[in-house]
Design a protein around this ligand. Structure first.
Ligand code: AMP
Length: 571
């Protein structure tokens, strides 16, 4: 891998890259920059957003611009005002140590006179939308006779948007000895025609997946609070037994904790992160490839370049740190003509970030809901009935059946199907059964709820510095809490048990007294700290109780005994 210094970039640009934190060139930059700096040939770059293509053409454009000239030597055409501004911003950052260089964006929807004025003041690089540039040419407000390089960015998009005529007109107006650099995510006929008509023996560079394959990806998002993410993922996994998924987390610790939670719930999940040795990585990849494991929880860095066929879903447990990561992540699915889903779980407060991502990557994110509990249950019932309908009878079993069959005597077909459905239903995790019954017959569920447990409907979220290291699982945690705090275990709602601490909900009426009771308390020589949770999830109203494990009424003081037995837990 080369460094930016190896690519022939001048010192002011290298200084700017250092300032920007660009350490190593992306593949398209590695190939395009030396070619564009040295050669005088045309270039076709097949690359989508996120590959670093702006810098691939922008750095050479900035370096080659002659600041002593006051008419443009570089001209960039881009489909939208947003892209125009984005390219301008990036090029200005590259040119921060070339103070005499002027870079001017011109686009529709803004006052043309202001743009005419800034062109008149002298500019070396113009970034334009085709329509506005044609207006400026027609008004004789811009001179293009000194243009040496024309960049057509997102050429396919420009043609999709109907700018063919404008582009033809503009390209006929710039000197014929100019160089043309064309970038496009796809190469439909119209783009090839453009290249054929206006370029001379262009060198071609292709990187990554093009948007051609990306059209097979549905980009979706779900708004949810962080604690709801696991439940959302479970819904997908429980609905679709063929799901083959990559889940991205931001940190290594998050990947571990998520994979751990999934494994405890019986899912075939594995981790891929930078803490693994090469051998461990290879093993994890092999298990995933062979589908012994159908969920791989990964960090961005560890999953770079991961190339596995047939991934159906990419889940983003966090918004990626860098836009480029989103493209890399989602590009793992929707390959070889197969449909893929890229689903981002975002905090309700982060919608604005998503809008930016949407614009930046020119994607249409669709808001979606995780599979509904009723949909999931229906799917399960359908699968079971389907399995029965398609099973081949085994005549060898007949002797065994003779004594068993009579148990079904007298049942009609409908009754048998009903019972089959009931059996399938009972095999579902109990929280789905409860939720489904509640949704199907809320009155009955309410009556049942009232009878069983003085139901608490308002919770306060609290933090306690006791976690998995101290207690074996959620039931043990609740025992601990009810023992120390002298509260009824039923007053505890959702519990999110972490390694060293726990967030949990408690009946709002008891919260203050509980916090006071823990003041100054010690356990095994440790000071206990119980606080109100002030984080983004610290809302007062408990929304879900789905993480709560069903349990017998508390047995004060035996939480440690259970810990030694190593009971199963989940958070
Ligand atoms: P682009 O494909 O040009 O839209 O670039 C995608 C993102 O990657 C932009 O936010 C760039 O600033 C960033 N980027 C481009 N090249 C590099 C690099 N070599 N190192 C780090 N970030 C980069």
């Amino acid at each position: 891998m080369s460094s930016f210094a190896d690519l022939g970039l001048s010192q002011p640009l290298l200084d700017a890259l250092l300032e920007l934190g660009f350490e190593t060139p992306t593949p398209i930059q590695e190939e395009a920059i030396p070619f564009l700096l040295e050669g005088d040939r045309d270039l076709v770059g097949l690359a989508q957003t996120g590959t670093g293509k702006t810098a691939a053409f922008g750095l050479p454009l900035v370096q080659l611009a002659d600041v002593h000239q006051d008419t443009p030597s570089g001209l960039v055409l881009a489909p939208t005002r947003e892209l125009c501004l984005q390219i301008t911003k990036e090029l200005k950052l590259f040119a921060q140590f070339r103070p005499l260089l002027n870079i001017t964006p011109v686009y529709g929807g803004a006052d043309i006179r202001v743009q005419m004025k800034s062109i008149k003041q002298g500019t070396q690089i113009v970034i334009a939308t085709p329509g506005r540039l044609r207006d400026l040419i027609n008004r004789k407000a811009i001179k293009l006779n000194a243009v040496k390089t024309v960049v057509l960015d997102e050429a396919d998009e420009m043609l999709n948007m109907g700018f063919k005529e404008e582009i033809d007109e503009i390209l006929q107006k710039v000197p014929s000895e100019r160089r043309t650099w064309l970038f496009s995510a796809t190469m439909p006929k119209e783009v090839s025609r453009l290249a054929k008509n206006y370029m001379q023996e262009p060198h071609q560079i292709k990187v990554g997946n093009t948007n051609e394959t990306n059209q097979d990806i549905d980009h979706q998002f779900i708004t949810a609070r962080p604690r709801e993410r696991l439940d959302i993922l479970r819904r997908y996994l429980d609905t679709d037994p063929k799901l083959y998924a990559l889940v991205f987390c931001r940190t290594r610790a998050e990947t571990l904790s998520l994979a751990d939670d999934l494994q405890k719930d019986g899912y075939a999940a594995d981790v891929l992160n930078g803490d693994l040795s090469q051998v461990q990585r290879d093993r994890a990849m092999q298990r995933f490839r062979s589908r012994r494991v159908n969920i791989l929880v990964a960090t961005d860095v560890a999953a770079r370049g991961l190339d596995v066929d047939g991934i159906t879903h990419v889940f983003h447990f966090n918004i990626p740190d860098d836009w480029a990561f989103y493209t890399h992540r989602s590009g793992r699915t929707g390959r070889a003509g197969k449909r893929g889903y890229s689903i981002m779980v975002i905090h309700p407060n982060d919608r604005h970030i998503l809008r930016r991502l949407d614009r930046k990557l020119n994607l249409q994110f669709q808001e979606t809901e995780p599979p509904s509990v009723l949909g999931l249950v229906e799917q399960r019932l359908r699968n079971t009935i389907q399995q029965v309908a398609t099973a081949e009878p085994l005549s060898q079993l007949n002797p065994l059946m003779e004594n068993i069959e009579f148990a079904l005597d007298g049942f009609s077909k409908e009754e048998l199907v009903e019972r089959l459905a009931a059996v399938a239903f009972q095999q579902l995790p109990s929280h789905y059964q409860r939720e489904a019954l509640q949704l199907l017959d809320p009155k009955a569920a309410k009556k049942k709820g009232k009878k069983g447990s003085g139901k608490v409907d308002k919770y306060q979220r609290l933090f306690l510095n006791i976690g998995r290291k101290e207690v074996a699982g959620i039931p043990e945690f609740i025992d601990f809490l009810s023992f120390f705090g002298e509260i009824d275990p039923k007053a505890v709602g959702e519990v999110n048990l972490q390694d060293k601490h726990t967030f949990f909900e408690v009946d709002i009426k008891l919260a203050r007294a509980l916090v006071n009771k823990f003041k100054g308390a010690e356990w095994e020589g440790r000071s206990l700290r119980l606080n109100f949770d002030s984080g983004p999830d610290g809302d007062k109203k408990g929304k879900k109780k789905s993480f709560r494990k069903s349990r017998k009424p508390g047995n004060p003081g035996n939480f440690k005994k259970k810990k030694r037995k190593g009971r199963k837990q989940r958070s």
